[in-house]
Design a protein around this ligand. Structure first.
Ligand code: SF4
Length: 466
């Protein structure tokens, strides 16, 4: 079995993981629906959001040039990073120039993608995550498992235990108490930090500004208390102006956390200026490519329109079963199954596009209507070039094609199969299958076919009504 296969097998047997995922995703889906009901023109805003993102991607080169000019005019220092290594080097150079030792970080998928924490720690810097979920993940030594809720794989009892073990505080699973402990520990660190690092939810081209959203206020502290602020931002995160930003923020908050708007929305337009009493003396924006240009040139360019709301993860039946870590990289769920092969190359992640039932729930829930199933299918086709099918699969698929194009044979085999399966079943479910079915029933029960096929049922009803 491959590493991916191993991770999936372990995850589907992990009942504790399923409890944590069920609790969190059910709550998120419920909150999202309530928030959507408060926006009567939601479908129109979705169309608008999709159009804006696709237009921006189609003219990304022009938008990026204007964005850089406007950032620079606002006093922000702009850097371009072709890959993660270069981005990490830029951050390290900035840290060195300022003799920084302590770094506070806000939640950022881009910095996870390039393993920035490891690079900083290797260089001797102290790095502290300040988003509550990321902070717990850091204490526990876990990678985030969800784009919006990094510790979705943990129950609140797990979190209480980690805080007890790592911080020496009395065990509690009361969320208010746990948040209070984290806040007290983090506050002093903000004051002592030399460098604040964030990602960016959006880059606003006309304004020469970056936009960051949060619910905990930690982003405001990360971007205003340290003397230097560095934002690492994927080049696809642009919106043309504040008008488009306002609509995308409404989509993002509703889809991500089920809120009308997140508690804090920060627009950063440069370093502190006289007579400002606070704010960083330097602001740097690192525009990260890391494979995005390659994605832009390919058949899955649409994925660059993703606004990282995480809704497709909460809707995906595969994510519900295997959680985020089984995907083996920064971006889990349907978005990860497309974005990861795009930026890392299909050779190392050709299995990810298979991690989907193609049910279309991700497309239905996506606030910018990305056609995720289409992109997954196109990646599956492309993956054949780097991971050709084994002969058993090839023969099997050829056999299936023959069988499916000969209706009489199909009907006969189906009837025989149904006869035996129904006899072997217990209460409508097969618990131990033979041959290839054995692999299925090892992980889950198999629902045996109904007494009559859909065609037979249809005919019977027609006969009855005529
Ligand atoms: S693909 Fe769509 S639903 Fe999934 S994270 Fe991106 S914007 Fe959200």
């Amino acid at each position: 079995m491959t590493d991916f296969g191993d991770r999936v097998s372990n995850a589907v047997r992990d009942d504790h993981l399923h409890i944590a995922i069920d609790r969190a995703t059910a709550a998120l889906r419920g909150r999202r629906q309530t928030a959507l009901d408060s926006l009567p023109d939601f479908e129109d805003v979705r169309d608008f959001g999709r159009a804006v993102k696709l237009e921006t991607i189609a003219h990304l080169d022009e938008h990026l040039v204007r964005f850089e000019e406007n950032l620079t005019a606002n006093g922000i220092q702009v850097h371009w990073a072709e890959d993660g290594e270069q981005a990490n080097r830029i951050v390290l150079d900035i840290a060195k120039r300022h003799k920084a030792r302590r770094v506070v970080k806000a939640k950022s998928m881009a910095t996870e993608e390039i393993h920035l924490n490891a690079a900083l720690e290797e260089a001797g810097l102290e790095v502290l995550e300040t988003d509550l979920g990321e902070y717990i993940a850091q204490l526990a030594g876990h990678a985030p498992s969800h784009i919006i809720l990094p510790i979705l794989h943990m129950t609140r009892e797990d979190v209480g235990q980690v805080m007890h073990d790592r911080l020496g505080v009395a065990y509690t699973d009361d969320p208010q108490e746990m948040a209070k402990t984290a806040r007290t520990t983090l506050r002093q660190q903000f004051i002592e930090a030399d460098l604040g690092i964030t990602g960016a939810n959006f880059g606003v081209v006309d304004e020469g500004a970056i936009c960051l959203v949060s619910n905990e206020g930690n982003i405001r502290l990360t971007t205003s208390l340290p003397k230097v602020h560095v934002a690492v931002m994927g080049i696809e995160k642009l919106v043309p102006s504040l008008d488009e930003l306002e609509k995308l923020l409404r989509l993002l908050a509703r889809s991500a956390t089920g809120q009308k708007l997140t508690s804090y929305t920060s627009l950063i337009r440069g370093p502190r200026r006289s007579p400002d009493e606070e704010g960083p003396e330097e602001v740097h924006v690192i525009l990260l490519d890391n494979g995005r240009s390659q994605v832009l040139a390919g058949d899955q360019a649409e994925i660059l329109g993703c606004i990282r709301c995480g809704a497709c993860l909460n809707a995906c039946p595969v994510y519900q079963q295997i959680g985020g870590h089984a995907y083996g990289d920064t971006y889990p769920g349907p978005i990860g199954s497309i974005f990861t092969p795009g930026i890392r190359g299909l050779k190392s992640s050709y299995e990810l596009p298979q991690a989907s039932s193609l049910c279309g729930a991700c497309r239905d829930i996506c606030p910018v209507r990305l056609d995720i199933p289409r992109m997954l299918l196109s990646l599956r086709r492309e993956s054949r070039a780097v991971a050709p099918m084994g002969w058993t699969w090839r023969v099997g698929m050829k056999g299936f094609a023959f069988f499916a194009t000969h209706p009489r044979l199909h009907r006969w085999v189906r009837n025989v199969g149904r006869f035996f399966l129904r006899r072997m079943a217990d209460d409508g479910w097969l618990r131990t299958g033979l041959g290839p079915l054995g692999a299925w029933t090892k992980e889950r029960d198999f629902a045996v076919p109904a007494k009559r096929s859909l065609t037979e049922e249809w005919r019977a009803r027609k006969r009855k009504s005529s």
